[in-house]
Design a protein around this ligand. Structure first.
Ligand SMILES: [Ca+2]
Ligand SMILES: [Ca+2]
Ligand SMILES: [Ca+2]
Length: 247
């Protein structure tokens, strides 16, 4: 047992020494070995396009937060798509059960710019002019759960509709609304005694911000301190196993 303990402590001391040897001394005259160039900054330009031509709601990577399961976002069976064959819609519930139906985009990773374009249609009679019984609202959300207080309303699409059942393009520049923090775009139908609302040909375009690089003094390129300690414990366990086999 003493042999195992000694071996373990020796390994840990050796590893700690090796780690400290990598750290730059304050009075060093030259850069430490691990002070190489940082990875180049990457600004990927990401685009999410969705025209529902997969005949599926939610499409792959998208999610729903549904309150009225009888009348959620789904592939429309009435009406004509803006593009292709299919579009998404919410139909009104004739039982007048309240509807709060959110269709969430895939996660937008660290957006520092953001534009959203989509086409929608519905009834200005039921959703705006004669009765304001339904809205198609667009939110930015910190998660894909609707109504937990971290949503920001950025647009109401029915405000733009020129008439009943007329496909209308909403184009939103939302760069001022993002600051490099992960977001979802939510397309939200809400109403009671409303009317069918259609949605098609969505384009979400954003630039992804860079992850801040934080370099620890004790950091080494491959394993790091935690990795080295983990490796040390692993080696000690292996040594203990070998010694125990030898009796
Ligand atoms: Ca379509
Ligand atoms: Ca409305
Ligand atoms: Ca939320």
């Amino acid at each position: 047992m003493r042999k195992i303990l000694t071996l373990t402590l020796s390994l840990l001391c050796l590893l700690a020494g090796a780690t400290l040897a990598v750290a730059a001394a304050p009075e060093a005259k030259v850069a430490p070995a691990n002070a190489g160039p940082q990875p180049p900054a990457v600004f990927p330009d990401a685009t999410v396009t969705e025209g529902f031509e997969g005949n599926l709601v939610p499409p792959a990577g998208w999610t729903l937060d549904t309150t009225n399961a009888a009348y959620p976002w789904e592939i429309a069976t009435i009406g004509t798509a803006h593009g292709g064959t299919y579009f998404a819609n919410v139909e009104y519930d004739p039982a007048l059960v309240p509807q709060l139906e959110a269709l969430y985009s895939p996660l937008l990773v660290r957006p520092i710019t953001l534009s959203v374009s989509f086409w929608s249609q519905g009834s200005v009679y039921w959703c705006r002019d004669d009765y304001d019984n339904c809205d198609l609202d667009i939110y930015l959300d910190e998660d894909n759960i609707f109504g937990n207080g971290n949503e920001t309303l950025v647009h109401t699409a029915d405000a733009l509709w020129p008439g009943n059942w007329t496909w209308t393009n909403s184009v939103l520049d939302l760069t001022a609304q993002v600051a490099g923090e992960d977001r979802y775009v939510a397309f939200v139908y809400q109403g009671v005694d409303g009317a069918q609302v259609g949605l098609d040909d969505i384009v979400i375009d954003y630039e992804e911000g860079v992850v801040p690089v934080q370099v620890s003094v004790l950091e080494i390129p491959t394993l790091g301190l935690a990795g080295l300690v983990g490796l040390g414990l692993l080696l000690a366990a292996a040594a203990a196993f070998v010694l125990s086999r030898r009796g």
